[in-house]
Design a protein around this ligand. Sequence first.
Ligand code: KG4
Ligand code: ZN
Length: 369
Amino acid sequence: MRPVLGIESSCDETAAAVLDGEGRILAESVASQEAAHAPYGGVVPEIAARAHLALLPDLVRGVMARAGLAFDALGGVAASAGPGLIGGLIVGSQVAKGIALAHALPYVAVNHLEAHALTARLPGLVPGGAPFPYLLLLVSGGHCQCVAVEGVGRHERLGGTVDDAAGEAFDKVAKLLGLGWPGGPALEQLAADGDAARFAFPRPMLGREGCDFSFSGLKTAVAQEVARHGAGALPRTLAADIAAGFQHAVAEVLADRAQHAMAMIRARATAARLLVVAGGVAANGAVRAALALAAEAAGFALVAPPVRLCTDNAVMVAWAGIERLRLGLADGLDFAPRPRWPLAALAASCHRPADGACAPVPPASGSTD
Ligand code: KG4
Ligand code: ZN
């Protein structure tokens, strides 16, 4: 297959990448909008959409130039088409569709969650490639779920958060501790100097059937602890102990939930033996360590892609495009981006549910669902 251009613009990272037909990265670029959103303590959708519009054309031209390719040399253009913030999704989708239309290339509307899910199959990450089925634990600022990845377009959500996402909890607790946004990396740094045993914060859902998550009770417990010490900045040692206690609780909960999810996927498919972690929280050392132990205990191997491939990026989008194009799956230029687009909805576009892959479906008239 010829190289594929991928575009990511579903949240606050603007990214473009070109992969060759085997999935080798020819060029990639990520422009973080962190500085633009930081004064507001979170992502502002309108600012994000405008920033994508400003950044994307140069980013795309840049990766094409570094890959040494003209658009006509591509085999397809893939862009995140949901779930995410609609303004950014429209910008990325329109850029991709414009290039596809101008150069008569196939266009792939990539489900951003599927892109995270398929990252583990990029060449070089797992010797011989990650075989289906495997378990995905997606832990980012916007998502927190366990997914049985059974094939391209075939994903079963085994459980997810009933309130906050794990990254959201990190961000909220970091804010309580007076750290900047996004809070995860700063909190991890602070926690490195703390005593995780000083505060026994609750472990929501620990040991509970299934693999749902909940973080709001833990966040409230931290808020109450912080409030007990009165107004004003906390002494650094105290803040570090709280950060370490919180991080330890999250790591323990994630490991416990993953353990349940591994048992669930094994019950569905005895061949499953990989636990893949993705999303920004996968950058956290304590979380990775706890997951590694849980995986080992369950007889699974933990696949933790490099951090730049765990957080939002366009390499995973281009790769998901390649996986789909290899199966003959492409989308019409009338595909409307979807702010909500659960993984389960992808199965509706599959013909052969039993053999581990999707087959192309004829475009449904008048509908993109
Ligand atoms: O996947 P991501 O880059 O963007 C989306 O949310 O889609 O994830 C960002 C989230 C933020 O909530 C951030 O605080 C968290 O991942 N995060 C971390 C760490 N690095 C990023 N959380 C804990 N420890 C980290 N080292
Ligand atoms: Zn993401």
